[in-house]
Design a protein around this ligand. Sequence first.
Ligand SMILES: C[S@@+](CC[C@H](N)C(=O)[O-])C[C@H]1O[C@@H](n2cnc3c(N)ncnc32)[C@H](O)[C@@H]1O
Length: 236
Amino acid sequence: MSNIGDPKSAEFLARRDAARERIDRLTGADGGDAEDRQTWFRAVYREAGGDPAAVPWADLAPKKALVDWLARNPGNGASALDVACGLGDNAEALASAGYRTTAFDLAPEAIDWAKKRFPESTVDYQAADLFALPENWTDKFDLVHECYTLQALKDPMRHDAIGVLAGLVAPGGRLLMITRSRGEGSDAKGPPWPMMPSEWLRFTEHGLTLIDEDYYNVERPDRTIPHVMALFRKPE
Ligand SMILES: C[S@@+](CC[C@H](N)C(=O)[O-])C[C@H]1O[C@@H](n2cnc3c(N)ncnc32)[C@H](O)[C@@H]1O
């Protein structure tokens, strides 16, 4: 689709609502097992037919919280991994901030789309499953950035993914997580399923230390969505 329109326009948002109704009916939309969920993510990208309005999480811009953090934490040639990169906006922000960036997503459809959107990119885009990553990625990246993937997974996948992500951080490196948040013990009606503090603190069970937590709200016309950006470090 060549004329996608302004992502904030009523016309774009109407296409998004229509797509949401369609994809909410697909197997795996409300959870299911790992295979159902993976099938659903791939179907969303495939059925979008090149229209980003039909990919509910595609903002077509990097997350503001990430951009603000990168302004204070430039890469200066350090390596970064963008986890489950979708259409690539956050990965491009990491690269623009001076990180040698690798980005992966389960869906080859998303990876092809990201490469098409950013033909001059220095990002190394790869199709890969979080639960079957190359062995030589263990302890490899100075910065691992994860945005909105954990909140899209339920336990046991969420629990397992936290262990995988922690393992990707190089000694002395950092992990930056951006997610919707909810109070400890409160209900989550997803997807997405906002995370509780005790869930992101599971990173500490995998050897990381929590060094910062920034709680903030994302305002929508009809609601306020609590978020957290949490930063962890792996000891040298
Ligand atoms: C809610 S989207 C977030 C995309 C992007 N990180 C962002 O901030 O816009 C979740 C992404 O996770 C990807 N994903 C889901 N399960 C995955 C897995 N097992 N391995 C890699 N990527 C996965 C989906 O294809 C989708 O692009």
